[in-house]
Design a protein around this ligand. Structure first.
Ligand code: KE4
Length: 430
């Protein structure tokens, strides 16, 4: 049942003339799975339609923001109304304070918050703030965790485990990378060793409390607790990057699930309801160092933009209703269990992870607890699976190293159709 791809192919050729690699963000170019990307025409609920009229059940959900599904009625109507009053002012508005207050009420450790325009901007700002607050320069991150494309974070581990980083992208000066230390995720001893050797020079440790950028890799027991303990001990700022997990795995984010209070939290995706919003927040004594209250500079023309704020407020209001996370968890568990059964039936080695409505099926022989494990996955097989599923009307992430997201719009019928497609697809790639 070959899908019509005429228009997508034509648009793909044209896009590559105008934009580097034909996209505005690399992962969309299907490099991780080969083939021609689909061009989307519209979305509604958990479905998207491409420009050739093919329908798909969508598990990318714009890489996480669309936890309510596409074109949610309340979001669309409230953004339309807000637009009629003006699209941007660069002047304080009441709704910005209301979104800030909603975030503060939801996320346990956040006493004060600043809205920005992307996750990258939120992380950049949080790191600058942590460096200013501690008067230290070194940033510790974990392999396989992605925190946006700020120079100092496009870094991989140098030769020894706790040596300073080397750039992963041209254009990042080695001097920038030298201020970043990259450690293995879920390795408590490596984190403790780095802090005892370099603690007095480390400004912050930034971690995804549930890693979502090497596939979904949950923290092993004690990992997050140990990070909290050793950062307290050495006066290091602990930053939880909850740009994926914030309002995804619980209304209070991963920190409310694991009952850990980081010093700073970065947010994005869901809090913008599908429009561009990022945020960073945390202890008031730290946040008050930010201009104009304090000396640490950060600014943004469209920060707190009325349309994005309205979409974010609508999303958080729907998510705050009783039973929402129970429903998300139920749908995602039906999908996760179905994929495990399908892989077992096809005799294909796989490893499955899920927390709430973010999940991953690794084409891996063994468990995946860190980036080294993730890199052992059979990405060719993932690519074949991806295209077999696409043919059957299911849109997964075009990379093994991403999460699948279930939204409130996914129904049992959609999940059953997806599991059936997986059973057939896996038999094709054995
Ligand atoms: P943005 O600058 O893309 O809004 O956020 C960067 C970011 C920061 N922290 C985490 C944990 C993230 O997952 C991200 C962005 N996520 C990727 C996909 N996993 C966005 C998709 C893309 O790059 O196109």
């Amino acid at each position: 049942m070959a899908r019509k791809m005429t228009k997508s192919r034509r648009l793909w050729k044209q896009a590559q003339r105008y934009m580097p690699g034909g996209v505005n963000s690399p992962v969309r170019a299907f490099k991780g799975v080969s083939g021609t990307p689909i061009f989307v025409e519209r979305g509604k609920g958990c479905k998207i339609w491409d420009v050739d009229g093919n329908e798909y059940i969508d598990y990318v959900c714009s890489w996480g923001p669309l936890i309510l599904g596409h074109a949610h009625r309340e979001i669309v109507s409230r953004v339309k109304k807000a637009a009629e009053k003006g699209t941007s002012f660069g002047i304080p508005t009441e709704r910005e304070s209301e979104l800030a207050r909603a975030i503060i009420r939801a996320v346990p450790s956040v006493e004060m918050v600043r809205l920005v325009n992307s996750g990258t901007e939120a992380v950049m700002s949080a790191i600058r703030l942590a460096r200013a607050f501690t008067n230290r320069s070194i940033v510790v991150k974990f392999e396989g965790c992605y925190h946006g494309h700020a120079d100092g974070l496009l870094v991989k581990a140098g030769s020894g485990a706790t040596t300073l980083g080397v750039p992963t992208s041209p254009g990042v000066p080695p001097e920038y990378a030298a201020c970043t230390m990259t450690l293995p995720y879920n390795n408590i001893d490596a984190a403790a060793a780095a802090c005892s050797d370099h603690g007095s020079r480390i400004a912050c440790i930034i971690a995804e409390p549930i890693a979502g950028n090497m596939g979904v890799v949950p923290p092993v027991n004690g990992f997050l607790e140990s990070l909290r303990e050793i950062t307290e001990k050495h006066g290091i700022v602990l930053i939880f990057d909850e740009i994926i997990t914030g309002f995804r795995v619980a209304y209070g984010g991963a920190q409310s699930l694991f009952k850990i209070r980081p010093d700073l939290t970065t947010l994005g995706k869901i809090i913008g309801g599908g429009l561009p919003v990022g945020a960073y927040g945390g202890k008031a004594e730290i946040m008050e160092k930010m201009a104009p209250a304090g000396p640490v500079y950060q600014a943004g023309t469209l920060s707190g933009n009325p349309l994005a704020v309205e979409a974010g407020l609508a999303a958080l209001e729907v998510l705050s209703r009783p039973g929402v996370y129970k429903k998300l968890d139920k749908m995602a568990s039906l999908l996760g269990e179905g994929l495990i059964r399908a892989a077992r039936m096809a005799g294909i080695p796989s490893y499955h992870t899920r927390i709430g409505s973010m999940l991953c099926m690794f084409f891996s022989e063994g468990p995946v607890n860190n980036y080294d494990d993730a890199l052992k996955c059979n990405t060719q097989r993932y690519g074949k699976f991806f295209h077999e599923m696409l043919r059957r009307g299911v849109y997964l992430a075009p990379s093994q190293f991403e999460a699948a997201f279930v939204s409130l719009a996914h129904t049992e019928k959609d999940i059953e159709k997806t599991v059936r497609a997986a059973e057939q697809s896996l038999l094709e790639i054995v």
